[in-house]
Structures are given as structure tokens and as C-alpha cells.
Design a protein around this ligand. Sequence first.
Ligand code: SAH
Length: 347
Amino acid sequence: MSDKHVLLGMGQEELKTLLKSLGQPAFRAGQVLAWLNKGVPFEEMTNLPKSLRESLRETCVDLPMSIHQTFPSRKDDTVKFLFSCLDGNIIEGVLMHYHYGYSLCISTQVGCKMGCAFCASTLSGCVRSLTAAEMLSQVLLANRFLGEKGHVGHIVLMGSGEPLDNYDNVVAFLRMVNAEDGLNISLRNISLSTCGLVPQMERLSCEGLPVTLSISLHAPNDQIRRQIMPIANTYAIDELMDAVRAYVRKTGRRVVFEYALIDQLNSRPEHARELARLVSGLQCHVNLIPLNHVDEHSLRPASPESVQLFLKTLEEKHVSATIRREMGSDIGGACGQLRRSVLEGKA
Ligand code: SAH
């Protein structure tokens, strides 16, 4: 690890002290922070004296993270990133190109402790939570990677980790990335995906941060949900749905339910009908995900025919639903798979 000061993530006071040691007045801290939050490299911080830019370059690094490796898909425009943290931890992110622009899927923790039976991120538990600056760095590094081609306009908190298990840092990140003098990304363009931590969902609905909430539901009842998601033993679906309704009421936002279709478990037409009853009357969309097979798990994806039948059954019940388009399937599709293959020396 280098002994240089890491600037993004420093508080205003700490930065003032550092700049003072470089012979600079206090007001420079605000200028430097504004540039940092936009991801502008030291050389291009044009309202700073040239000598200061040079001493910053010699004594400091701007971001607490760097791009470790990139994996461009050969099938589409998707790029998977492995980012390395200063402490050597590796996390992953995915950049996707849609007709409306670039969307980045970021990680919120190194690993995850939620233990979902189909997910690769959780296989080795949670090493630690990421800081707000580390989350913002993923966006800034993706922008640097894109260069002239464009910039990240949408963010999904759907990489490794449970965002609401890292509540304070995630909320701080949302405020940073939405700041007018920062990247100024609209909260409407940000989705936060949760396995359903009910108290934190209730807290989030009162933050004045109306992001799109995605709920990883994956089952129409507690009996099935408990077989694949340990969190279902803590919060019953009824409690979860109450928190979802409160979120819709308080934020006015439509929510999204994620539903991975698993063979023999949750993908029969009667499950679709049960799901339709559960979400009826709610301002929501159901995202059907053909399960990504993870080597370490025995669960199998539902057949394409049962995925279609599931969708049709929901539509007959007037539930808005789509099947998620697979992107970058050649580069370690499922959540946490790429990082895992790197940790195991297979990438
Ligand atoms: N912890 C959060 C966000 C990370 S997971 C959450 O649970 O929502 C992002 C999404 O990918 C979740 O909906 C998760 O359930 C889903 N997912 C994880 N592994 C998957 C797999 N093998 N196939 C399909 N979806 C998967």
C-alpha cells in the first residue's frame, strides 16, 4: 500500500489541515472536494495553482480504488470490472449499454452475509462493508474507462453485498452521487436492490431519497422463500409487503420485485397466480430472472417454456412483468461469480 494521502473520502476539515501543510488557504478544500466528487484528475483541477496540482500529484492519490482488470463481453457492449481496494480486497461492477445510456451495477460490500441459496456473492461471507467513497469511486472509474464514449447515467446497487446492511455508507453515497456540484445523477436513475431488511426499508422511505427500490422476492410465500433466503426467517412476507407499501406511499415511486425462476421450486403457474395476488393493487413491476447457474449450488434454472408460461400467467392477472434480458453472459453473469473465480485463480 502506498503512503500517499487518499483524498476522496476525507472530510472537509481533514482536507483543510492537509492543504494547510502544503501552504494553502482553507477555501481550497471546497474546490478540491468539488473536483474529486466529479472524478477530475489533479492535472485538470483548473482553478488550483499549477504548483498545488503538482504537489497533490506527488503526495496524494485521488480515489481509494483502482481498476484491477476489465472483461469486455464479446456478445454485447457489457464490460465487467474488477476493482481493487487499497487494502487489497477485490470487488466487481458491471457496465451495461442501453438505448438510454450507460448503467453501472456497483457492489456495496466485499462479499455478503445474507446467505441466499442461489447467490455466488455470499459463498464466503462478508469481508467488510464498502465506504461511500469506495462506492462513488466505482462510478468515477467507469467514467474514466468510458472517456469520450460517454458517462454513467444510471446506477444499480445490485452487485455484491446487501446495501441495507451497509445503511449509513449507502445513504452517504446516494447523497454524494446526487450532489449538484458532484456527478448530479438523478435519484430516479438509481435503483437499490435489497433482500428485504424491513426496518432499514422503513428508514429509507423517510430519508427523502426516492430511489427505485427493488425487492428480491423470489417466492410467493414464506414456505418457499425460507428454503432459499435465510432473511425470510427474520421477516415474514406480510411484514415485507407492509414495508413495500409504505415505501410506495411515502416516495410515490413504483417498486420492482426481482423473481429468479428456479426449476421445481417457485416457477409453476400456481406460483405465478399466488405472486399476482400478493402484489395486486401495488404500484409495481415484476422482473423475472432466469436463474444464473452457480457451480457451488444445486439449484437449476426453470426451462424457457416455464419462464414464458409464468410471464403469461402474470400478464393474465394484469401484473406488469418482463423477463430480464441477459447481458454479458460470457463474462461471469451471476452476482459475485467473477470475483469468486478470481479469488480461486480461475479468471
Ligand atoms: N443483496 C441485494 C443486492 C445484490 S444481489 C439483494 O439481495 O437484492 C442482486 C440481485 O441478483 C438480487 O435480486 C439477487 O437475488 C439476484 N441474484 C443473485 N444470484 C443470482 C443468480 N444465481 N441468478 C439470478 N439472480 C441472482
